[in-house]
Design a protein around this ligand. Structure first.
Ligand code: GLA
Length: 346
């Protein structure tokens, strides 16, 4: 029996948080940890999925209008249904899913799962991957929005599908252009440390922030906050003024981080991480006290900069350490790796 194995990486967003759904800028990289989906022949016109890490199963018909599921099942059912709706003639399959991205840590285990599922199902059915991976990113994002109920943007899916070994990618969410930026650390280290507070997007304040950004855009008369100005933001009622201030400053920090990387100025990159965290904590209000304390602890222990990563309300902290400083033992070293891909083509 021939097997397909597809891998979707998790991601770390170096900087550019809560900008993606505002047509803004982000600078993520794909990491080595991720989700692997193995596909073999399965029941006719049905999917039998096994989540190996959870010891749970789900079997459902290959039907574009299949009933949505809960938890991880929502992703599997959603990806299969959205692929069918997009015209891909999927075959029945048995799927085994395994992952090593800590769930709820802000390293995007969900996008890793989505892209690995999509690549595995397409390859198993001998359907070519869409010529433009942006289309696959949009499809996976529809699954988050419509099947899982999280109004997330395209950051995670683009990072997983367009990551590049040794590089971060500058994403312009207005034009969907992807620009690789060499991530040369010269002995400095990037690590993540889990705060222990698990977050979910569907249940957190994430969707509230999206609504606030929409409201701010309406009041400013702009289609997206990419077109907002500092002067316009200052006239908005609280907390919309603070929300827009974060988005504008964070977009600017992405390009400052790109410049810092090009100049090899890692001190500067550290300062930008700190500024991003302060803005996410005070203006965007998506941090939590445990995460703030962890950021302080890592800064006190020698990090040149640290900030929350991902949607917030818990999850992991990203920290940058100079060559002579030592991250805590529980830190996970993160480095830019390759994008989602087939590991075994059947
Ligand atoms: C989550 C979402 C992304 C993005 C980030 C915040 O990871 O999935 O779309 O909005 O939060 O930058």
């Amino acid at each position: 029996m021939s097997a397909i194995r597809a891998f979707g990486p998790g991601r770390v967003n170096l900087i550019g948080e809560h900008t993606d759904y505002n047509d803004g800028l982000c600078l993520p990289f794909a990491i080595a940890a991720g989700v692997t989906v193995r596909a073999t022949d399965g029941p006719d016109d049905a999917i039998a999925a096994h989540a190996a890490d959870l010891g749970e199963d789900d079997t459902f018909a290959l039907d574009p209008d299949v009933a949505p599921g809960e938890g991880w099942r929502a992703f599997v059912r959603g990806i299969a249904a959205e692929l069918l709706r997009a015209g891909h003639a999927l075959r029945g399959a048995t799927l085994t899913i395994r992952g090593d991205v800590p769930r709820g840590s802000g390293l995007s285990s969900s996008a890793a799962l989505e892209v690995a599922l999509a690549l595995a199902l397409l390859a198993h059915s001998r359907c070519p991957e869409p010529a433009d991976r942006r289309d696959l990113a949009r499809l996976c994002s529809r699954v988050e929005n419509d099947w899982v109920g999280a109004q997330t943007g395209l950051l995670d899916q683009l990072a997983a599908l367009f990551g590049r070994d040794g590089h971060a990618v500058r994403l312009d969410m207005r034009t969907l252009t992807v620009e690789p930026v060499a991530l040369r650390l010269d002995g400095w280290r990037l690590v993540t440390v889990d705060s222990g507070v698990e977050h979910t997007h569907a249940g957190s304040g994430y969707n509230d922030r999206r609504r606030e950004c929409r409201e701010a855009g309406e009041q400013l008369g702009v289609a997206s906050l990419r077109d907002a100005t500092a002067a316009g933001a200052a006239d908005l009622p609280a907390p919309l003024d603070r929300r827009v201030r974060h988005v504008l400053a964070e977009n600017a920090r992405v390009d400052e981080a790109v410049a810092a990387l090009r100049d090899g100025d890692l001190e500067r990159l550290g300062a930008l991480l700190d500024a991003s965290h302060a803005s996410l904590r005070d203006d965007y209000e998506v941090s939590v006290p445990e995460v703030d304390r962890l950021v302080e602890r890592l800064r006190g222990g020698g990090a040149a900069g640290a900030r929350m990563v991902g949607g917030g309300f818990g999850g992991a902290v990203l920290a940058l350490y100079p060559p002579d400083a030592k991250p805590p033992p529980e830190a996970l070293a993160v480095a830019p790796g390759p994008p989602a891909r087939l590991l075994e083509a059947g």
